[in-house]
Design a protein around this ligand. Sequence first.
Ligand SMILES: [Zn+2]
Length: 416
Amino acid sequence: MQKRTKHVDKRRWFIGIMACVLAVALLLPLLAYVVGPADAATQSEINKLKQNAANLDAQKKELSTKINTLSQDKEKAVEQKRALDEQNAILQSEIDNITTMIAEYARLIDEKQVELAEAERKEAVQYDMFCQRVRSMEESGIDSYAAVLFGAKDFSDLVDRVTFIQEVVEYDNNIMEMLAATRQKIADTKAELETDKQEQEAAKGKLQQKEAELEKQIQEATNLVKQMEAQSDSYQVALQQLAEEEDAISAQIDQKVAELEKQQAAARQAQSQSQSQNQSQGTTGSSSSGYLWPLGGYTSISSGFGGRTHPIAGVWRMHNGVDVPAPGGTPIRATKSGQVIVSAYGGSYGNYVSISHGGGSSSLYAHMSRRAVGAGQTVQQGQVIGYVGTTGSSTGNHLHFEIKVHGGRINPLSVF
Ligand SMILES: [Zn+2]
């Protein structure tokens, strides 16, 4: 009895040691797997990426509001396009962000896959060791658990043997259960990561859809800008052409004034040699300072003489005279006596008349509805030469009035 008990104690001692060794060898690394700190860094990384996504989303919403406001004003097409470009840049960051997140999830899933394989391997090893232990018991004379029980010499020995077998079985069960739990935990984590990854992939798909929509919006904004630039370009070309036309007319007037004065000087010289040299002054009888305001009763100026920013094209242009609004058909009178040197129609001036007053001075009247005098005709100061209109480059009834002295335009208001 004493001997047998000692024999059983010896076996129990052997099993106990083996259990301890196995526990240390198998359980500790497994526990480290389950609660290991390796994931902490990657989780904070993912949190950071999620924060990024939230920030980007807020920025994008702000821009959307701005874009909606801007799209109501076509003249702000350039600004609108800039905002859309900015929004596109944010969207690209969002896609980059989410791509990084997906890659991070993929990496974690791979890690879990490796851990899972390792857990399965350890389970297999544990099972293998269990089998080996059974074999080692067989080698030490015990065929099986049943043999252990049937080999009992008396009831007390049987109880010992049952307890021993229970302990062995319990130990094996515990180890196997723990290993299975670990494997399950890893599998669960992996499944969670896969779900997260799928969510991120779905979000990425939505972002890419938005990207396509935004691309379309940007294309529309670009077209609008191009259209506006083309309009502005053509407007500037037109303005340039009008300015050139006005310059050509001005040169033509200078030439005619010079020709006329030369003729008049020659005539005077032939007429009387005895008169003084002071003959280059006006031959029409009017004094050099006596200008008459061409529009009786209308003296307000809608646009003064000098440089101005064009109201439509937004470019700086020289304004060669003054604009005097008056009802269509209002008579326009010669500011001084003289000879009509031009009475014509031009794209810029519309119906216009220019009069040479002698002494290098001339005047010009533009945008008339109708001209009342012809080139070469002599006119008296105050004589009706035409009527107010809005012909040529004009947006309303007004007289455009210029005065030139020795080839240079002066501010007409300076002589009144
Ligand atoms: Zn004008």
